[in-house]
Design a protein around this ligand. Sequence first.
Ligand code: CP
Length: 312
Amino acid sequence: MSFGKKHLLGIQDLTKSEILSILETAESLKEISRRDIKKVPALRGKTIINLFFEPSTRTRSSFELAAKRLSADISSFSKTTSSTVKGETLKDTVLNLEAMQTDALIIRHSASGTPHFLSTFCESHVINAGDGTHEHPTQALLDAFTIKEEKNRLKDLKIVIVGDILHSRVARSNIFLLNKMGAQVVLVGPPGMVPAELADLGADIDHDMDRAVKNADVIMMLRIQLERQQKNFFPSLREYRNLYSLTPNRFKKADRNAIIMHPGPINRDVEISTQLADSVKSVILKQVENGIAIRMAVLYLLLGGKEREFTN
Ligand code: CP
């Protein structure tokens, strides 16, 4: 399988065929994680560094496991354990890491555009693991992979994304990807979090969740970023919950085969009821499992793994 890009900076830069290539590769690689010995030599000898300047449970661990399952060497560090706390610039940090002959750098940073900045001077492949409010491409890819597994397609599905869309890199990457694949995307939330100009991204907007979820095939709930709420994007958490939480009563309005997604971490009984989060309709933990297959596929395609080295 061929892949034309040096870096994975965002979904906006990818063609439909590049997205399909990642999804197909992930499909082939997924079963490795179900083997007794979860390791193939496809990226033996490659060196990868995880640079996480923001907290992460899922993305950081799954990139680490994905690299190890492909036999690459991976080293992970976070902001608090790096010399950036002593005043070193990000550029100097990265140049020093690259002097150790890295092949790929995976970066999460609170500043939008950081991976793009690294790509202007890095020799290594740069992979965006979430930049500010801009993009989280591997999250959208694993979401698409999960939807395809459950629904067999993406085209013409009604996919409702609920929450703080304005500040969500997950939502932006999903909107770009789902548009390219021909799904109908409906964005739902209070006007402060879902302003009218988001329609320019190619999605429908609805501030009435009860109406929006009617006949939905997929409902993707986003985490309410409690740390932002002092900025008053809605009057109170109780009001937000009344209007936009996914409850069993609201979920009944969706298609009878609808699935529930959430990128995590979830706020139980805030944006989603515990009953639904733990129900058979929820694919939240399948998303996490698929995250490893997608990140294996991204590393494999960017770093030029050999197909014969992962097939039985
Ligand atoms: N979905 C996601 O990005 O989760 P983490 O912040 O735990 O990586």
